[in-house]
Design a protein around this ligand. Structure first.
Ligand SMILES: [Zn+2]
Length: 238
């Protein structure tokens, strides 16, 4: 091992050993679904393809990976431009909305629709960022990963109430916030038309209900695109 590499090795092993005690006193929940080829994708979207462009094992001079997947794969953000032509794209989303206090709301296992009554009785009025933890989170750990059409969703009236109560970001733990095969995309429109950021594809399995600091950073896409983008999302305890 040459001198440079052993330096890197030493620094990283020291960081690993002490990171829990010194650098991360508060637990951080990573609620991002890891990107991998086996993931289910929305019907009609291509499968995730993460492949080698070059690899040291094959005699190339470096490991370089190619990524190929829809902007709405795994954990991702929907921007207003997803359903509204000419509306805000991911790049213009306000970081002050993507980062800040969030409530994780536990939804009972037997709920297929998060309805208005649930929102009125379980969501604190005035909450700016709400993440719904439903039975969907368990779908990410199923041994056979297939797209589930029966996921729990937010219904239209509930979405309208969240908007009225001042929500700026709403998250859910499967690939859409809206009922599968909803033709008019009413839940999306109710939120996006008011500039509410939608976060989809979270995995909240390990996160108890309660208050956290949300950090949600979608890729900064340009090229006149940005209807959505994969995001790294973490929750920090306060
Ligand atoms: Zn969506």
């Amino acid at each position: 091992m040459n001198a440079d590499l052993s330096g890197v090795y030493l620094r990283s092993s020291v960081a690993k050993k002490y990171s829990i005690n010194y650098y991360s006193p508060m637990p951080i929940y990573d609620v991002t679904v890891p990107l991998r080829n086996e993931l289910p994708t929305w019907p009609g979207d291509p499968a995730v393809k993460i492949t080698d462009l070059s690899s040291l094992a094959n005699g190339d001079s470096a490991n370089v990976t190619a990524l190929n997947f829809s902007a709405h794969t795994a954990t991702h953000v929907d921007a207003p431009a997803h359903f509204i032509e000419g509306a805000a794209k991911v790049e213009s989303l306000d970081l002050n909305v993507l980062i800040g206090e969030a409530e994780v709301i536990a939804v009972p296992e037997d709920y297929r629709a998060i309805d208005n009554e649930f929102v009125l009785t379980h969501c604190p009025p005035g909450a700016t960022r709400l993440l719904f933890k439903t039975r969907n989170s368990a779908f990410w750990s199923e041994p056979r990963l297939e797209f589930r059409r029966d996921f729990t969703y937010l219904d239209l009236e509930a979405a309208k109430t969240l908007v009225q109560r001042g929500a700026k970001l709403v998250g859910i733990d499967y690939l859409s916030i809206e009922k599968f095969h909803s033709e008019k995309h009413e839940t999306h429109l109710a939120l996006l038309s008011h500039g509410v950021v939608i976060v989809e594809g979270l995995n909240l399995s390990d996160v108890p209900a309660g208050k956290y600091e949300l950090i949600c950073l979608p890729l900064r896409l340009q090229s006149n695109k940005g209807d959505g983008a994969p995001a790294r999302v973490v929750l920090r305890t306060r």
